[in-house]
Design a protein around this ligand. Sequence first.
Ligand SMILES: [Zn+2]
Length: 887
Amino acid sequence: MKLGSTMLPHLPWRIPPAAIALLVACVSGAAGEGFSLDQTPGRLPRTAVPLHYAIALEPDLENLTFAGSELIDLDLREATSRLVLNAADMTLTAASIDGPGASAAIALDAGAQTATLSFAQPISAGRHQLRINFTGRINRFPRGLFVIEYREGEGMRRMLASHLEPADARRVFPCWDEPAFKASIGLTVTLPRSLRAISNMPVAAEEPVTPALQQVTFAATPKMSTYLFVLVAGELERLSAQVGETTVSVLATAGKSEQGGFALESAAELLRYYNDYFGLKYSLPKLDLIALPGVFRSAMENWGAITFGESRLLFDPAVSGDAARRTVFIFLAHEMAHQWFGNLVTMAWWDDLWLNEGFASWMEAKAAEHFFPQWRTWLSAGAGKNGAMNLDARRTSHSIEHPVADEGEAMAAFDGITYAKGQAVIRMLESYVGKDAFRAGIRRYMAEHAYANTTTADLWHALEGASGKPVGGIAATFVRQPGVPLVLAQSRCEDDKEHIRLRQERFTIHYPEAVPQTWIIPVTLGLPDAAQPSATILLGDEPADVVGGRCAEPLKLNLGNVGYYRVDYGEGRAGMRKTFPLMPPADRVNLLTDTWALVEAGRTQARSYFELLSEAGNDEDRAVWDEVMSTLSRLDHLARGRAERTALEAYARHMLRPVLARLGWDPKGREREDNEVLRVRLIRVLGELNDMDVIAQARLRFAAFRQDPALLRPSLRDAVAHVVGVNADRDDYAALLALARKAGNGAERTRYYSAAASARDAALARATLALALTDELPYALRTSVIGTVASAGEQPELAWAFVRQNFALLAQRQGPSFRDYFVASLMRNFSEDARAAELAEFAPAHATSGGRIMAARAQEAILIDAELKARVLPQLAAWLQARGTPD
Ligand SMILES: [Zn+2]
C-alpha cells in the first residue's frame, strides 16, 4: 500500500510503521457489502418483485378524493398464496390475479401501511398480473397527492401535485414502496381539460372523455423506485429549450413562466455539464422544472419532473437580488444531480440515504464553483460543514450510514449529518484521490449500476478501482461511525525547526461518556499562506511526527478547510493567531470555526476566540464575516434577558460596523459580487443588534420604497424589510402586511410576511400568530411565521404557548410533519433546562419514531445552549470589561 501524498522537499514527514499497520488492518474488509435484494433492509417480503405498474387515476379536485386501478406485472420468486404490498390512507375495493377468477381477500394494516392479499389457491412461481382497484384521498398538505390553492388576481385557483419521498407513493397507488423494488410505470389520468398534466415521462396520448374531462396517457418510465413517481396538474405555462435530445421546460402558474428564464438557461448548462461528468447522458426524453406556489420552500427530484417551491425556481431581477439567483442555481444543481445520483442509481434502503443527499450536496457546490467561481461556493460551504460538525459532536448524532428501521426514521435521516457531513466527506475524498480519478470512479459506478440499486460499498469499490487508493478504508471510519475527529498538534522548537506531534481524539460537546474512536484522517498541512498543502498524512491511532519549517513559521493543518476534522493547536494557538491575516480565507474560516468549537466543547476559554477575532478587523471576505456574524448572533440570542447582553451587543456592533462602513450602503463603482451579499447580511444582523444608524437608514429607505419601489434596489429589499420588521411599530407592521398581500410572487410574499413576523413587539407577535390560523397565509408560511416569531421575533414563549393551545387545529391543517418535526424545531429557540424537560413531556412530539428522534435532538440542543450561556457569557463579559467597553 502506498500512502497518497504530495510532498515538497523542504517539508520532510513520516508516518510511524505502527500507523501503517493499523491502516492496512482498517482497510481490508471495512467497506461493507454491495447491493443484493435479499440483504437489503425493509419490511416487505421479498417473495414478489414488481416489474411494471399500469396505473389509471381519476382525481376529484372538488371532493379531494381519487379513484384508481392498476395492473401490476409481477415476478413471483416462489409459489405463494399471500402477497404483501404497501397501501396507506386508501381503500382497496378489489384485487385479483391473472384474470377476474382468482380474486383475493384483502386485509389492510394501517400501522404497517400494508395490504395483504390472500388467495384461495397458491400462485405458482414466475410471471403474473395483479389487478387492484382502489380509492384514496387528496391531502391539503404535501404528502401523497395533494391540492394547492393559490391566489391569482382576485380569485383562488386549484392545482394538484404529489410529494412521495420517502414513503408516500403508497398513498397514491398500492405498490412495493421500498427503493429497492424498481419497476417501470405507465400512467393514465383523467382530469379537467383546463389543467395541464405532468408526470415523469412525456404525454403519449390525450383524448377528450366528456366536454369537461380529458384522459392523458404518459409514456412508460424506465425501471425506477416508487418514491420518484410524480403527478402535477394545473393551469401551467411552459417555457422550453432543447438540449441535445432532451426538452427542458420550466412550468409555472399563469404570468410567471418568464421568471423561469434564469432557471431554464442554467438547467441547459447543467444538463450538458452533468452529461459529461457522469459519462452517461440524462436518461429521459424530457426534464420538467415545476414551480409550485405556496406549498414548500424546498424541492423534490422526481425523475423527469422536479418540483420546487416557487422561490427556489423563479427569479425576477426586478424584485430580488443576487442571493435569490444563487439559491435558484444551487437548488437546480442539487436536484438535477439527483437525476443520476438517486434516480438512475438509487440507494437500496434509507440507511444509505447519504449516498443520494451527500452526493447531490457535493455536486451542487462543485457545479456552482464551475459556472460561477466568483460566488466561491466551497468557501461558503464551510459554514454548512461547521454546522454538521457541531451536530456530530453530540450524543444524538448518528453515523452517515446508519440503521433506519422504518419510514418515520427515514424522514428523520434528512438532516445536517446526511447532507452537510456527506458533502464534506465526499469533498475530502475527492481531494484525497484527485479530481480525475474521482470522476473516473463515478463514471464507472454509474455505468455499472444504471437503473439499479447500490450500497455505499459499491461506491467505494468503484472509486478504489479507478484510483488505486484505499478509499473504502478511510471512508468507512467517517461513514460508519458517528462523531468528529480532533487532531491535536503539539509543537516544539529544536534546531530552529518546528517539530510537530499529531495525534487524534474524539471531539465531543457536552458528551463526556462518548466511546473513544479512531479515524483514518487525511491530514493536510503547510505554511499558513500556502495555497496548496505541502503534505498529506494519513493519521491513524498512533501519533505522527512531522518536522516543519523554521520555528517562527508554524504549520497550519487542514489547509483549505477541506478535511472533516477539528484541530487544536494547544500552546501553538498564539502562533496561529499571529499568522491569521496571512491565511487564505478558507483557512481563516477554518481557524475561526475550530476555535469556537473548542470554546463550546470547554477545551478553551471564550477569550481564545475573541482574541482571534481581533485579528479579523480588516478582513474583506464574506465567508469570514459570515462565520463571525453567526457566532455573534448565536451569543446574542442566548443572551436574551441576561445582564451581559448590552455589552455583548455593543461589542458586536463595534466589530461589524466598520465592515459596513467600508462597503457603504451602496456600491462605489464596480465591486466584487460577494460584497453585496455581505452588505445585505451585515444590515440584517446590525439591525437585530440594535444599531441605531442601521435601523434609521433602513426606515428611511423603506419609506422611500413605499413612495416609489424604484428607489430601493432589489438586493437590499429583504434586509431592509427585515430590519424594519424586527423594530416594527404598528404602522410599519401594517405596511409590511399590505406589501405581503399584494406581492407578485412567492419570494416577495415570503419577504414581507417574514419581516412582519420578526417584530419583537409582543402585541405584533400575537397578531402574527393569529394570522397563522387563517387561510390568508399559504401552507408553508403558516409554520414558518410561527418559527420566525420565536426566533427573529424573540418571542418563543408566546409562540410555544400558541402552538400548545391550538395544537389540534394546527396539526390537522399542516399534516403530520407539524407534530413530528415542527414542534421540536420550534423548541430549539429555548435555552433553559426546564424547556427540554417540557418537550420530553409533550406527548404528540413523541408519537412516531421520527418524532422521537427529532425531539431527542432538540432536547440535547437546548441543554447544550443552557450550559453554554451559563459558562461562556460571563467569560465574555469579563473579557470585555478587562479590555474596556467599546462604543
Ligand atoms: Zn436532495
